[in-house]
Design a binder for this molecule. Sequence first.
Ligand SMILES: O=C(O)c1ccc(O)c(O)c1
Length: 434
Amino acid sequence: MAIDRSYRLVPGTTIFDAEQSARGYHLNQFCMSLMTAENRAAYLADERAYLDAWPLREEQKRALLERDLNAAMREGGNIYFLAKWGATLGFSFQQMAGSMTGMTEQEYRDMMVSGGRSATAPASRIDHAVLEAAHADQAPPAEHAAVSAAVFTSHVPAIGAAIDHGKTDEPYWQPVFAGYEHSRRWAAEHVPDVIVLVYNDHASAFDLSLVPTFVLGTGAAYPTADEGYGPRPVPGVEGDPELAAHLAHCLIQDDFDLTLANEMPVDHGLTVPLSLMFGEVERWPCKVIPLHVNVVQYPVPSGARCFELGRALRRAVESYPRPLDVQVWGTGGMSHQLQGPRAGLINREWDNAFLDRLVADPAGLARVPHLEYVEEAGSEGIELVMWLIARGALSDVDDGGSVDVEHRFYHVPASNTAVGHLILNNHHRPAEEN
Ligand SMILES: O=C(O)c1ccc(O)c(O)c1
């Protein structure tokens, strides 16, 4: 699916999309800083000095100093953010809107009193010939990104602690890490350009003030969260804002209402899988786009919804017009319950049947209801729905290729948890062979 940006064809109108948001990120964040009386006073006392303390481009500063809102919009400003700046200077919304039209304040007010600008005036209408040409020009890109593999793994924090404290050779941990030896060799030979890493934040980036269902990281970098023991001594994560913005655009256009995060710390859910696959490194070997799924507060998304999101994610990746190698990782699980008198629940049979079905019958597995996860795999076993996003991202589910099992591993226990791990190679069949 090609990205539809036909909203750019509406005359006299700037639509605030991911590209504008990236262009105006600091400008808009500067505006937000004016939401305290103290900062407003500081701004009014010396506008230039206040602006100079922000990483703004000179064009952005000039737009504000010259009260040129059209220039501020071109520079990525959004009217609701800029309204904080305008309010600081005593402008009403009407004064701000009118200032962009080339009219005097009085002329604009008179126009509004006499009914407002006509929506049918030719100067306000889209040129339909241009719109049709834009829609006709929707050929798939000649070269594009593709999903090369999916990695599935538990993300137990104690595994991270064992790595960080040099305990991987201890008898308790040795069998866990032995299960990842092949994976580490494979990962070293198959470093992708980008990993879309599906995980759940564990009350680290998101407290109860915000409970988004799906969060895509569109930022440039993500620091390691401090989960109470201090941040893990692992590198921060480098994102891919350009690919992430493309994915966000495609997925939202495909009716997945994602939350977008330009800044967020990442916790063990994301860093433990990276450590398991890449070992102890100074820098992660590729970019990572975090995809957080709420599995903490019910209702959490169904397996079917996750599977569909994975399928949409593959379509989105394949419409990105650069030949990037993308892996999708699904993390969390397997059976575990961290709470209540039932804590410590492990179900080897159910876990292994899950692994079998994940390989051979993912569409059927996607129909398993939450209740079965909780009853059979424990309350935190629900994390396994996230694996269905990575599975849906492989080509065979839409008859567009095949998968093979690179590696499979299962072990009990790591802390309170059964550890499951699978690597599936994806063999995408190019469109002309379909
Ligand atoms: O087994 C554990 O200790 C444990 C703790 C926290 C988690 O998020 C988890 O998946 C496992």
